[in-house]
Design a protein around this ligand. Sequence first.
Ligand code: AHR
Length: 490
Amino acid sequence: MNLALYGSFVEHMGRAVYSGIYEPGHDTAEENGFRSDVAQLVRELGVTTVRYPGGNFLSGYNWRDGIGPKKERPVRLDYAWLTKETNQFGIDEFATWCEKYQIQPMIAVNMGTGTPQEAGYFIEYCNIAKGTTLSDLRRQYGREAPYNFKLWCLGNEMDGQWQTCHLDAHDYVKKARETAKIMRWVDPDIQLVACGSSNSMQQTFPEWDRLVLEGLYEHIDFLSCHHYFENRNGNTTDYLASFVQMENFIRTIVATADYAKAKVGSKKDMMISFDEWNIWSNESEPWDDYFKNGKHRFEVAPPILEQRYTLLDALVFSGLMCTLINHCNRVQMASLAQLVNVIAPIFTKPGGEAIRQTIFWPFQMVSQHGRGKALKFFDNVPQIDTLYGNAKIVQSAAVYNEEEKQIAFFTLNTELKQSVEVSFHLEDFGQTTVTEHITLQGKDLQARNTFAHPNAVVPRKVHMSPDELSRGAITLPPMSFNMVIIKTSR
Ligand code: AHR
């Protein structure tokens, strides 16, 4: 399984950058102004890649505004969120942050106001060693060696009417193809991600994906897709079944990609980059507040989309994580959107503490322990009818780590009141022993972690009875996310 599945996303939006990962003057800031308390939580979270600099912000952003001496950088209006961008953090700061905290960058080029030529200049600045005006400019600004960024996105959500300089599929294909050609001429070793659909409710889904794939198939390595999930009808069971909505979305995209493969006569399977996903309740801060009403009109780093997650949100989130693992043969990269403050697992106070939101926990449990080979398994689980179709009452994923000789089994029990007993049949793995059971659950589904109570929702170790241990069976409490570690002899 590709570890890029445990990626995340930092956009110049709200307080994701400023007072998120970057806050010079903060008590924990290191010499570059990066918050060490946040970096520590990012490390704990086990994030492997980070997509940058947007998001919708990207489509009006000029990367040149964020380089060079900080006091000479321009202050610009950001068209996406109608805020003000000071450009005190740009590509060099991001690259330094990634290197320092061992994160693989995933860089996006502007396909809205940007041009193919500018994308070429951008990759030249980043990846060419020396001897051109832009590569030498990078060296002049303090970075001798090229960054050699390998993952590049051709724009962001270009199917969305809300996007600055939104394109229809035909125009996107033309622009993305010419951009891809230039970028690969500059650096043939890069991997390119084209914009797929922004969500399954887009009227152009999945036609947009078909046209993009047919037009760009041999130019790209990944098709991106985005989806946010919310409690659409206030029904807890339906909300918990969001993983079915995600599964349906992935299946349609994979089917569309396979259709395009046959149509263009290609030999390769197209991989999917699910590079924005999370729980996002549009109700708390409606979309139109930003785009139509300019809620934080031209403020610098205002508190945008600072969703405070509940235990219930974390459980729904855990089901989505299992789905990503179960589809990792085609979904080879994913980015949790976002990382800090903006719909994020980490939440900070400017000048103050950084805390773990509830969704931090399922991400951390899975990314830290779900490393190795994703297993295909058969489960005999009852299904129920939900808003999104039939949903298993228990949603699971399993990852085998050959080096550690262990299986990490992740499982969400969606039953509101019933425990569920699970037993394993793992004959192919030799002698097996359940060694650990960690659970995330609680009485109050609306509980949140706050600055006053940062540990209101945390996972806890389950004491296994001798009977459970001897039978190798475990009990999943009602409404719980669980991680079970099974040691194997093979
Ligand atoms: O993550 C927040 C926003 O959601 C991103 O800017 C955009 O790509 C998506 O619509």
